[in-house]
Unconditional design. Structure first.
Length: 235
């Protein structure tokens, strides 16, 4: 990802970042970072569903068809390929309960949607520099980003420390489990006319890419909370 000029506007509450798409349309992806487990309270005029993985066995699944928690008539459906599931622990699982998805070292898994969407969110846990996401519309890559790149933007705002440690895995008073890594909900809001239908969850060499509460849908606007904004522009 090539970064050029950067400007920012300081406010409160949520961190919001605009990053140019890889297809040089001059449109930007809006990315929000929040210290919560889901995006449900922050989307307005939206249709979306959430996959929490709690019904799956803790093993690798070659194929899993998801209704994203919306029942048999769900307008949002898709298939995960080669996805690994684990029982919640210090490193994964929203609220330290249920199950979560992960990609192990030097691997990836994919989500194929039956219909295109323009919003994707996930609760990233135990984030590290080898986690990355790639979004495609058919065979064309729309956008990609490493979690570490995003966390570096958080650090520029002075907000990275607030996401350190698992907030629901307290070993003793004031000590959150795994306090060296971030636990953060990241939402990707694609601009008007830009959609995706496939997501790759990629882990580089070493560690794992843990996440939960995969949220898929279509949006028209967010809830309008005040934010810290970074706009990243290419030269």
């Amino acid at each position: 990802m090539h970064l050029g000029r950067m400007s920012f506007f300081v406010s409160f509450a949520v961190l919001q970042i605009l990053i140019n798409l890889v297809n040089a349309t001059r449109k930007s992806v809006l990315i929000r970072a929040e210290d919560c487990y889901s995006a449900e309270i922050h989307l307005v005029n939206a249709t979306f569903g959430v996959e929490r993985f709690d019904s799956l066995e803790a093993r690798t699944h070659q194929s899993y068809d998801s209704l994203f928690g919306m029942g048999r008539r769900s307008p949002i459906t898709g298939t995960y390929n080669d996805i690994s599931i684990a029982t919640a622990n210090m490193y994964g699982g929203a609220k330290s309960s249920g199950k979560y998805a992960y990609a192990s070292s030097d691997s990836h898994y994919e989500l194929h949607l039956d219909n295109s969407a323009n919003f994707f969110g996930l609760y990233v846990t135990a984030a590290d520099g080898r986690n990355s996401l790639r979004f495609f519309q058919h065979i064309v890559k729309v956008f990609d980003i490493s979690v570490e790149s995003f966390l570096q933007f958080l650090e520029l705002s002075g907000g990275r420390k607030r996401f350190k440690g698992n907030p629901t895995y307290v070993r003793w008073w004031g000590d959150y489990g795994n306090d060296k890594e971030e636990y953060i909900f990241i939402g990707f809001y694609f601009p008007n006319g830009v959609f995706y239908d496939r997501v790759q969850f990629v882990q580089g060499h070493g560690g794992s890419f843990e996440s939960d509460n995969h949220t898929v849908g279509n949006w028209t606007r967010t809830s309008g909370r005040r934010v810290v904004t970074f706009r990243i522009e290419e030269d």
